[in-house]
Design a protein around this ligand. Sequence first.
Ligand code: AMP
Ligand code: MG
Length: 397
Amino acid sequence: MISIEEALSKILSEVSVTKPESVPLKETLGRILADNVYADRDYPPFHRSTMDGYAIKSEDYDSSKIYRCKKEIFAGMESALDPDEEIVKIMTGASVPEGLDAVIKVEDSQELTDENSITQVKFNSDNIFQFMNISLRGEDLKTGELVIGSGAKVGISEISLLASLGIEAVSVYSLPTISIISTGNEVIPVGSAPLPYQIRDSNSYSLIAILNRYKIHPKSIVLVPDEETKIEEALKQGLESDILLLSGGVSMGSMDLIPPILEKLGVKKIFHKVSLKPGKPIWFGKKGKTAVFGLPGNPFSVQVCARIFLDPYIRSYLGMQIAKPLRYSFYGKRKKKNVLPEYFPVFLETKEKTGLCAKSFNGSGDIRAGLFSDGIALHPGERSEISEGDVLDFYPW
Ligand code: AMP
Ligand code: MG
């Protein structure tokens, strides 16, 4: 049986990065950038006032002097100083005229008189320095500077930045087509009334949710009973997608029919079974461009295997970095009986520092195993017990 690391490296060596496509900016949330993004000009593009106040020349400032101000500059106005002007009134976001280099905020000024549109102003501030209350041109970004590298996920700040840079059509990696097939005579659609020995299909929904995080909407979602011909028919269709996700039917029971049918259909087995819990019977193979994940049917096994194996495959397919596990210390004690590395659900809890607390559950078939948890932590194979202060790998959901 291969290790988690070997399985992951086999999975990742089967990935070829998808092609880019152009998407309107407003539809890019959650998508992955396929190009580097560079600044098209300096940001800020001009010396920008960060206060409502008066722009002055810091070198000539005199707190006993009464200044004459005849102009007010707002954001969106071109700004220039007339030869006889010493100061201008300026609003937040406006461009500071050349020749002036500090802004005194309006609260530190006193407007004395206003005659013939000329305001007499006095300032009650001694601490004046060059560039006060001014964001300098180019202090955030210089023209041509790399701002976001390809492979980054578009979030709210990224959308705001792309808009600022004038990028209306964004090059993002195109999404894989995915089919989901759940197998099992006992598995029924969520909307059906179950007989006592039947259970509702939850795996399709956890897989859909995982995919939705990458803005992927599966092409088809089907349930099939444990009948060879029906499974074969469904698999043939599913193999047309870039990724085929199967749940159930990969263990050693007499109804676990999936592996031989996949091989009959020409899917090359890359591995079957990984040394881990839950999810040991996982099957992975490839036919042409199509990657096939045969996930064991228990709901928590599906969630764990999807997080540990499917998520890195998708990230890599989309040109993203593989997220490394975080490292946190453990609060409490945990024992395990066998030698398999074990993933278990955890909460992040902050005592003197933030650490991991185990969530109790009754095994991988427990439908509330992961409920409200922040992710899963790894109990290393060789350790029969982990205790307070041990530092563990943590995989946020
Ligand atoms: P299997 O891997 O087919 O042996 O299934 C293992 C366990 O997972 C069984 O108890 C199944 O009833 C359950 N199971 C299988 N498929 C699903 C599904 N789609 N949703 C929820 N539970 C499932
Ligand atoms: Mg089954």
